[in-house]
Design a protein around this ligand. Sequence first.
Ligand SMILES: [Cu+2]
Length: 182
Amino acid sequence: MKRIFFAPAFVAVISLAACNGGNENKGATTPTVDNTTATTPTVSTPGSDIPGIDAVAVTDDIALTGDDQMKYDKTLFKVKAGKEVKLSLKNIGKLPAASMAHNVVILKPGTDLQAFGLAAATSKETEHIPAAMAGDVLAKTKLLGPGESDNITFKLDTPGVYEFLCTFPGHFGTMKGKIVAE
Ligand SMILES: [Cu+2]
């Protein structure tokens, strides 16, 4: 009786081993395909490594405020590349413009935000846009005193990550953010 049971079990083990061998051979070609698909999203999704970007919805209407604590109310946006976007900034602070004014300046990708911010600090006569670096500016609002607001429209033609800052002296350390164009 036992022999009759043993024989089919042995056959089953052999055929299982044969199946595993077959799967291993198929598996050897699969990782090549996986590697290809793994690199594709990195290329097609600019800014995907920015913390919190997944929770940001695509918009064509950005509304920002700046306050006396040198803060924007939001710092991360996502837009469609090539589509016109509206942006508004309101200074909701009370301090006089001479000591606390705000703007939004969107820089070309690759611009050194730190260098731009430092140069802007000494460019009072040009509303804190450094003349020598004006070519790095894609869009900007006016420099706004308390209660003032400004509206602009712009287009980010190429998918990528675009940084923006407030160029009033000393502000870009806290007043900066990113717009991802996808
Ligand atoms: Cu500011």
